[in-house]
Design a binder for this molecule. Structure first.
Ligand SMILES: [Zn+2]
Length: 495
């Protein structure tokens, strides 16, 4: 299966390692390390999301990751961020009640069940511990927040999302933006959730990076939103809660048909879509799916997920767009006793929440390719333009005749401008295969002809074709190829 091959490649080639800390008993599930290539890829995803928000009017801030208990009481996480769990009476294994039921009885509708309902179902279906077949105890609640202590005795929690820590600064933003609404901010940083037995590798972890953006807006501004005019003609793959598949529809129409209720919210959906496109996901692999209104949090007015089609997990959420109404500012006003009303009302919050790890993994998976070349299976990764961790690999054809010296010189020069790697530890065929597996776009080889006419070969990953390029023109040629300014075959003399 493709997904196993992708994970195998990710581990073998230094994208994702773990669980962490792996040398101690194989690590703890839900924690992963990003190896050198994975980190390069993740950084690219993060910087494109940052660029996406910044270029659409959002200002970046940074808040602490630890907050005292009262913050989470106000946000609702302290009493409401709970998972239902069951414990085996004999072997003490712990399971998430809803996940366990879903695995054993996939057709059972459990989305609207409360904890009591789950417990009744476990009894009715006679569900036992999958490990030792003994009886399970009652359904208990498990708070997903990680607890810590500030100083000697102040109870505190690691943030389960960046969003809450962003809302708290509302009055400061209000002054900063000279008391004019709407205004938009975002934060990129770590968040923590103490999941019970997370199993979906890097897609569900206990520590992860979020990029969450908020638009603070007055109620009467939501349907008179200036920026909406710029994007109302854009067509998005929208799947409203009563449809089974996405349809391309202009945002203007989505509003007139009341699929989306507010101009400003439609803009937020567009921001999420634009960012997903900038990461290089193909249109056929993106959809925006509306939540069933019955499943919304009590304060939420609307919620959509941006999903990517993966082999491993089907449609998978990489971002959520939430209309949180004025719930958050009301709650934090109440608990902090600071008046957050402005112009006679609590502003609404419209939110775009991205994870960084999920799109990074999805990118690796959707870029994975496999094909038969001369009785051999060639597996390679074809990243969208600009996303490959390594731009150019430089090899001497042999480790003698002065070729490594020239190759190292070229490497030193190219390194100033591109992410490069130098390798002389194998046959050229083996080196190419290694680079194919990590998605390196170009391989530059220095051979005996280089000594005669100061040219080198460049090989391109998708076609495996090679051209000869003059060394003094190499930098500029690579630049043009990488940024799609010139077709590879026309960038030099085809070999
Ligand atoms: Zn058991």
């Amino acid at each position: 299966m493709v997904e196993d091959k992708v994970m195998d490649l990710a581990v073998r080639r230094g994208f994702i390692w773990g669980p962490s800390p792996n040398i101690y008993n194989g690590g703890v599930s839900g924690f992963y390390d990003w190896g050198p290539l994975g980190k390069l890829l993740k950084n690219k995803v993060e910087s494109l999301i940052r660029k996406g928000f910044s270029s659409m009017g959002f200002w970046e801030i940074e808040a602490p990751t630890i907050m005292p208990k009262i913050v989470w009481e106000a946000s609702g996480h302290y009493s409401g961020f709970l998972d239902p769990i069951v414990k085996c009476m004999k072997c003490s294994s712990i399971y998430r009640a809803d996940t366990l039921i879903k695995e054993l009885h996939p057709n059972e509708k459990i989305n609207n069940l409360d904890f009591e309902g789950l417990e009744k179902l476990i009894i009715k279906k006679k569900i036992k511990c999958p490990k030792c077949k003994s009886d399970l105890g009652p359904v208990q609640t498990h708070n997903l927040m990680m607890k810590t202590t500030i100083g000697l005795d102040q109870e505190a929690f690691l943030r389960p999302e960046t969003a809450t820590t962003t809302y708290l600064l509302f009055l400061d933003y209000y002054r900063f933006f000279r008391t004019k609404l709407p205004f938009a901010v975002f934060q990129i940083g770590k968040a923590y959730r103490n999941e019970i037995s997370p199993r979906q590798s890097v897609l569900r972890t206990r520590e992860f990076t979020q990029a969450e953006a908020q638009l603070f807006i007055l109620k009467d501004q939501e349907n008179d939103y200036e920026k909406f005019k710029e994007i109302e003609e854009e067509e998005l793959p929208l799947q409203s809660h009563d449809e089974n598949s996405p349809k391309k529809i202009k945002l203007k129409q989505a509003l007139s048909k009341k699929i989306i209720k507010k101009q400003a919210y439609a803009y937020c959906i567009y921001v999420a879509y634009k960012i997903a496109k900038s990461l290089g996901f193909e249109d056929s692999k993106i959809r925006l799916r509306q939540h069933d209104p019955k499943e919304l949090a009590h304060y939420a007015d609307d919620a959509w997920d941006l999903e990517i089609k993966t082999e491993r997990f089907g449609w998978f959420e990489i971002a959520g767009i939430h209309d949180r109404t004025d719930y958050d500012l009301k709650r934090h006003s109440e608990f902090s006793k600071q008046d957050m009303k402005v112009q006679g009302q609590y502003p609404n919050i419209l939110e775009i929440a991205f994870g960084i790890e999920r799109p990074t993994y999805c990118l690796l998976e959707t870029s994975f390719r496999e094909e038969k070349v001369k009785n051999e299976i060639r597996s390679w990764v074809y990243f969208p333009v600009g996303m490959a961790p390594i731009d150019v690999a430089i090899f001497p054809l042999v480790r003698k005749d002065g070729l490594p010296e020239i190759a190292k010189k070229i490497f030193k020069d190219l390194e100033k401008q591109f992410i490069c790697t130098y390798d002389e530890t194998g046959s050229i065929g083996k080196l190419y295969r290694r680079m194919d597996e990590v998605g390196t776009i170009l391989c530059c080889t220095i051979d005996h002809q280089s000594l005669k006419d100061e040219t080198v070969t460049l090989r391109e990953i998708s076609t495996m074709k090679q051209i000869r390029v003059k060394i003094p023109e190499l930098k500029e040629t690579i630049m043009k190829i990488l940024y799609g300014e010139i077709i590879f075959e026309k960038a030099g003399k085809l070999v």
